[in-house]
Design a protein around this ligand. Structure first.
Ligand SMILES: [Fe+2]
Length: 150
């Protein structure tokens, strides 16, 4: 598909693939047993969450301001509610990530690590579901009309 619309969809989908790798890496870092000095171990995880947040913010910028969401609404005005919901979720994810980072920073030892891990894996699962909804929406709007009978 070489047209402009599918170029936007391709770009979002490429970024989703990059994000999935990053989410796996962050999840792996949290799943590993703590090693070395506690403060160093904690700071490294805090910084990984900061980097992850920055990538997420830019990805959400791309979807919100890079043409994807506006284009979906232009092509399929009846999908506005779904787009609004997806956009609202972006803010919720960033708030949740900030909450997890705060939990991590407050850790004085590893006793609350299981609850931080649970919270992070919950967020990662919701992000996967969110991206699946976006993929579904893109497919519906950009590719539904291409096919037999049109
Ligand atoms: Fe996305």
């Amino acid at each position: 598909m070489g047209d402009k619309n599918s170029a936007i969809a391709d770009r979002v989908e490429q970024e989703h693939a990059t994000l999935r790798t990053l989410m796996d890496n962050v999840a792996d870092a949290f799943a590993r047993p703590p090693s070395g000095e506690f403060a160093d171990w904690k700071l490294d995880l805090v910084w990984q969450l900061r980097d992850f947040r920055n990538v997420l913010v830019k990805h959400f910028d791309l979807e919100e301001d890079g043409g994807f969401m506006g284009d979906v609404i232009a092509k399929a005005p009846h999908e506005r509610r779904r787009v609004d919901m997806l956009e609202a979720e972006h803010g919720e994810f960033l708030d949740e990530l900030d909450g997890i980072t705060g939990d991590l920073k407050r850790m004085a030892d590893t006793s609350s690590l299981p609850s931080v891990r649970d919270r992070l894996s919950g967020l990662v699962n919701r992000l996967h579901e969110h991206e699946a909804s976006e993929r579904d929406l893109m497919y519906t709007v950009y590719f539904r009309d291409i096919g037999v009978g049109d």
